[in-house]
Write a protein that binds this ligand. Sequence first.
Ligand SMILES: [Zn+2]
Length: 430
Amino acid sequence: MLDLLIHNATLPDGRSNMSVAVQNGCITEVSAGLQAPAHEALDAQGQLLSPPFVDAHFHMDATLSYGLPRVNASGTLLEGIALWGELKPLLTHEALVARAMAYCDWAVAKGLLAIRTHVDVCDPRLLAVDALLEVKRRVAPYIDMQLVAFPQDGVLRGTTGPQEHMETLKRALDRGVDVVGGIPHFERTMADGALSVKLLCELAAARGLRVDMHCDESDDPLSRHVETLAFETQRLGLQGRVTGSHLTSMHSMDNYYVSKLIPLLAEAGLHVVSNPLINITLQGRHDSYPKRRGMTRVPELLAAGVNVAFGQDCAMDPWYSLGSGDMLEVAHMGLHVAQMTSQAAMRQCFDAVTVNPARVMGLQGYGLQPGCHADFVLLQASSQVEALRLRATRLRVYRRGQLLAQTPAATSTLFMPDRPDSTSWRQGGK
Ligand SMILES: [Zn+2]
């Protein structure tokens, strides 16, 4: 007998009236109208069953710290970094863990079951690293978490000197941090930025680890570290294992240069993560009008065959006062800023918060095929586009076939003469 049988589901590829059979935490069969005995049967009523949302770019050590010790008055990336520097001496292990665990509760309720989070490794005590390693352990039954060793102050620029910074970063990796990070545009010079990319990629290659760098997160059209990242990826044979995050300078670059750059990224098998909510909030702050939005060139990268994901990046921290772990909100914003409004482009935006970030993280067993983990979200929508339009309610969230979270359908009761008694904002019906 099956553990769980979901029937009458619509799948992201558009197939409807589909059944999904689950046994021992795995999907065993996906077919139309399957009948089989099961301990639990669920009628999806034609709603969209999706693999869980994935966030390939987050900062869990800073989350839910908004207002501590003060708010970011200018709204810039650089004031955010300075503010984080003021907050760091005040952090405690217990408070870091409590805030991160609370965010993970939000994430699960939003169907977000895999998160790659950067963790600042400039503190020689590695306080945040130890806290997030504990969080990773505690949430492992329900969230796949990857940690990135992120030298927020610059691995060469930091105040304790490059040698000690690199040693601290290596100690973080020794303790179980999964991925090598970097921030080349924050190093003192363009040359130091390029050197940091080289050193950190070599470290990742030597240890067999993936790389995910904050890269060119500025409005400077001449910030071109992603070119170096692609070069080092190829030189060291790291294709498919390296991610360039943000790449906001590409928004401002010369078009001719970009016509050379994007094929280089594709050739190197580089993954790209764009963070629409944060990029458009932090960038362009030195502009009058027109104000640049700073989001990287998502449709052009996708057209060149580059795997692009959308990330949440921040939620209620020194850089961003909003956010709730809702990846449909992230994709909704990305869709608007990138003007990805065709039906096909909107479906690409849905992929950018599901299958694409799963590839960035190298998740195994992700998807709705037989043999995959029985991890999925039932949405109050009949298609990916409707899910984006409504930032649809996550009716049920499952991990390994077990129910993790449940939310009542969003419906408003109406009290108007000659009108229906309720609406759920669906086309052609309630
Ligand atoms: Zn970031």
